[in-house]
Design a protein around this ligand. Structure first.
Ligand code: SF4
Ligand code: F3S
Length: 109
């Protein structure tokens, strides 16, 4: 079992989640983080830390966000590990809960 970061992280990237992870399984892209499913130990600590509720247990990912399970695994292999909290993206508050953010995901640094 792993935890998964979903669409609402895109263009927000608060990074509060990073602070509580005991095994450094967060990886950073330009406008989103993902969790490495091979590293996550299912401790549950990160889920309540996200101010925009973007983190779900793998078995509770909403139907329309299922694609993020694979995306987390794939992008964790490409993006660098992030272990320290940083400032959210500049317009994070405005982007919270905006629909269809997947099209805005930046995969390349
Ligand atoms: Fe890290 Fe625990 Fe969250 Fe997995 S559930 S990403 S181990 S904080
Ligand atoms: Fe993203 Fe929430 Fe972490 S916005 S960076 S999953 S705290």
């Amino acid at each position: 079992m792993t935890f998964v970061i979903t669409e609402n992280c895109i263009n927000c990237k608060y990074t509060d989640c990073v602070d509580v992870c005991p095994v450094d399984c967060f990886h950073e892209g330009p406008n989103m983080l993902v969790i490495d499913p091979d590293e996550c130990i299912d401790c549950t600590l990160c889920e309540p830390e996200c101010p925009v509720n973007a983190i779900y247990s793998e078995d509770e990912v909403p139907e329309e966000q299922q694609t993020f399970i694979q995306l987390n695994a794939e992008l964790a292999n490409q993006w660098p590990v992030i272990t320290e909290v940083k400032s959210p993206l500049p317009d994070a508050e405005e982007w919270n809960d905006k629909p269809d953010k997947l099209t805005l995901l930046k995969k390349e640094w």
